[in-house]
Design a protein around this ligand. Structure first.
Ligand SMILES: [Ca+2]
Ligand SMILES: [Ca+2]
Ligand SMILES: [Ca+2]
Length: 431
């Protein structure tokens, strides 16, 4: 964890003022003082000077300079270049541990027990684990036929496509209401050439800089590194009835931490993935969501996606009190309908800052309370499938001797219930 020094806070304020002056031309109410090219050149020079004169700068400097230089938005934008996923369970470690005959492939026999787990690991379905199965280099937001279909079908934007939504999509796509879809119906509906419907258009530099320093597009802190002890926190559930302390969850099962907020459209779109992940591993891991600062409040970087008809209860200003945030989190809990606890971060974003959880991030905390997996920053690097790969491999490892006994005492627990796993809106009882 990084504690801000007075010096760093001063530097940050100075840079924010500098950025404000450079982006003043973004303000439509002001006359540009010089041609656009000259301003842009100046911004780039300042950015370069900043990076060069501060070699070990924090991630947020990369984001600030990326904004000022108008780098293209994507997985190589600003701090996304450095805030990459860290895992103990990449291909190199797997090959070292499990490729017994040294042929560069881990077969089902070499890997051992767990056919279902092996099938999930063998992502390219070639019957062995090799480097491509561990390649998660693509952006979580990369368009694909599946993602385009999903965006059309998930009309209420809650990250799950129901049979009713699929039926509605069918009716909307069936030109003339003929009861069947033609090739042209589908080609026209899913034409990849128009700009994708989303609120992800680039906002002004001023909006981005404000969102950066308000920690809406991301925490300024980097969060714990791989193998660090997981910083502890105690938070209340969205209904206010349960209180959970991370350190008390450490033990027989790994803990999966999911950070996010409902105004982040890409985060919402992952809801179904997260819920399916939970259902697959609920007997072997403890899942907790932490509701953090809004990424796209109406008084910040507002996105049209959140204002879309049919997407209900997502447009909100940035909560100013804990009670307001808990209220928004309750709406989010109803919308996402996750079957594991949703905790609400304190209004000063303690957990979100400790873990660099904004706007969305995933962690696995191992049985000793250390970080075994840390996803890159959301939204581009928020990939539940990548976490799943590491989770399976962690579960496959034998627990340390001291943890083994604890695991045995929990072996007979009912399905899915960690000692503290309560539904977001249910009474936690003795927790
Ligand atoms: Ca082998
Ligand atoms: Ca494979
Ligand atoms: Ca839906």
């Amino acid at each position: 964890m990084t504690t801000d020094s007075l010096w760093e806070r001063t530097i940050r304020m100075t840079l924010a003022c500098l950025a404000a002056s450079l982006i003043a031309a973004d303000d439509p109410g002001r006359q540009p003082a010089s041609p656009v090219e000259a301003r842009q050149r100046e911004a780039e020079e300042v950015s370069q000077a900043l990076r060069q004169s501060w070699p070990n700068h924090p991630e947020w400097v990369d984001m600030l300079t990326g904004i000022l230089e108008e780098e293209p938005m994507g997985p190589n934008f600003g701090w996304f270049r450095t805030a990459r996923t860290q895992t103990r369970f990449g291909w190199d470690a797997t090959r070292r541990d499990d490729d017994r005959d040294g042929d560069g492939r881990v077969t089902r026999q070499e890997w051992g027990a767990g056919d279902a787990d092996f099938s999930r690991l063998d992502r390219d379905r070639d019957g062995a684990l090799t480097a491509p199965d561990f390649d998660f280099s693509g952006s979580a937001l990369a368009p694909s036929p599946g993602s385009i279909l999903f965006a059309h079908a998930d009309r209420d934007g809650n990250g799950k496509v129901t049979p009713e939504e699929f039926e509605a999509l069918f009716r909307a796509t069936d030109s003339g209401g003929q009861g069947f879809l033609s090739l042209s119906d589908l080609q026209e509906a899913f034409d990849p050439s128009p700009a994708p419907r989303s609120g992800s258009g680039r906002p002004s530099k001023a909006t981005l800089v404000r969102s950066l320093f308000r920690r809406e597009i991301g925490s300024l802190e980097p969060g714990p590194m791989l193998d660090d002890r997981a910083p502890d926190f105690t938070l209340r559930s969205s209904d206010g009835k349960a209180e959970m302390t991370l350190s008390k969850l450490i033990g027989p099962r790994p803990v999966v931490l999911v950070f996010g907020s409902s105004t982040c459209g890409p985060f919402r779109s992952q809801t179904g993935n997260i819920e399916k992940l939970y259902r697959r591993y609920k007997d072997r891991a403890t899942f907790v969501m932490i509701y953090v600062r809004e990424a796209h409040p109406t008084n910040g970087w507002r996105t049209s996606d959140n204002d879309r008809p049919g997407v209900v209860g997502v447009a909100t200003h940035q909560p100013r009190t804990y009670e307001e945030r808990a209220g928004v989190a309750r709406s989010c809990a109803r919308m996402m309908d996750l079957a594991f606890p949703m905790l609400v971060d304190t209004i000063d974003d303690r957990a979100g800052n400790l873990y660099s959880g904004m706007p969305g991030r995933l962690y696995i905390i191992d049985r000793e309370g250390k970080v075994a997996f840390k996803s890159g920053r959301g939204p581009y690097l928020f990939k539940p499938a990548e976490l799943e790969q590491s989770l399976i491999l962690l579960l496959h490892k034998k627990p340390a001797a001291g943890v083994d006994a604890a695991a045995a005492t929990h072996a007979g627990e009912p399905t899915g219930a960690s000692p503290r796993a309560v539904r977001p809106d249910s009474n936690p009882g003795a927790n």
